[in-house]
Design a binder for this molecule. Sequence first.
Ligand code: PMP
Length: 411
Amino acid sequence: VRTYDAATIRNDFPILQEKVHGKRLIWLDNGATTQKPQAVIDRLAAFYAHENSNVHRGAHTLAARATDAYEAARDKLRRFVNASSTKEIVFVRGTTEGINLVAQSYGRRNVKAGDEIVVTWLEHHANIVPWQQLCLETGARLRVAPVDDNGDILLDEYEKLLGPKTRIVGLTMVSNALGTVTPAREMIAAAHRHGAVVVVDGAQSVAHRRTDVQALDADFFVLSGHKMFAPTGVGALYGKQAILETMPPWQGGGNMIADVTFERTVYQGSPERFEAGTGNIADAVGLGAAIDYLDGIGMESIGAHEHALIERTVAGLPAIPGVRLVGSPRERAGVVSFVVDGCRTEDVGKALDREGIAVRAGHHCAQPILRRFGLESTVRPSFALYNTAEDVEALLAAVRRIALRAQGGSR
Ligand code: PMP
């Protein structure tokens, strides 16, 4: 067993060698996007240097190379999420597009006036707005499962919302604002008892924890490549094959048809039916390389390493006078949210940036859950496999200085 060496892993990422304001860059904005290892950057360059072509259509050597690389990436994703078939893996732009695809294709066909869609209070706007739009179009009603003061979902209240009218449940694996790991498996089983399908937002879990869509029994699972060390602009929608086969296409065009006349079009099966037009081929191949990179380290090792960093952060921040954690969920992954008394979150973010520390300060596209805690904004350090104990100590020391200044200033 290889011991986990975050400092060596950090060296795989060229951007982490950058200096910011003359300081060593400490990237703690992984919840927004992750940095890319050299292996992914090299894979993109190699694709464009040796394999670039459109896929499926051309009957020539480069078309075959590009198609092989694209389909190999799909198979890597299949393994990564533990789907049973590549027919269940649809390339999309990211989590947002994946959820919209389900809302517009599955949702429009299966949701009617009087039906209900259930989401949780923890959701990112990407898992709220598409359902609201669907409700407006269909006359369905959006219902929201509440959380307790720790930021954990109240399971009894969630179960009370489920009933014969529930068609769809939208549920995040991990809250991007509080770091709550949701009891997704239990919640999915409960939804299934009422005949609802569940769309799982994996955006904040895939870089931190092993994904197993079959163990979860998720009907749909969406992820963004850029949050797991792959390029922007590519992600995946997993859907159970039996469900995908019943769904109408979302967009029409080339690459997704079996036959077209002016009278009618016959569509291909999944995944082609959902991938109209030329896809983001090179970046999908880059996503495959990111999965290879993660496999080389191992999700269990990554999770254990990050857990230790998060524990230290969660213990260290509230020990600083004037610093308050927002949310203390039973199980946490990826992110920690906090506020500093007497200091605007934007100012904390700017002060940290001057020390070379990148965090997000804002509403994190999750306004309802922050408002649940009476806030419009928090400071959010978020972790990844290349963060080190040194990064955490630097963060704590910088926040200590900022909090001290804020308290001095307010007196
Ligand atoms: N869901 C969650 C939980 C997220 O954190 C994010 C990104 N912040 C999204 C969805 C949206 O992902 P993307 O912008 O890559 O589509």
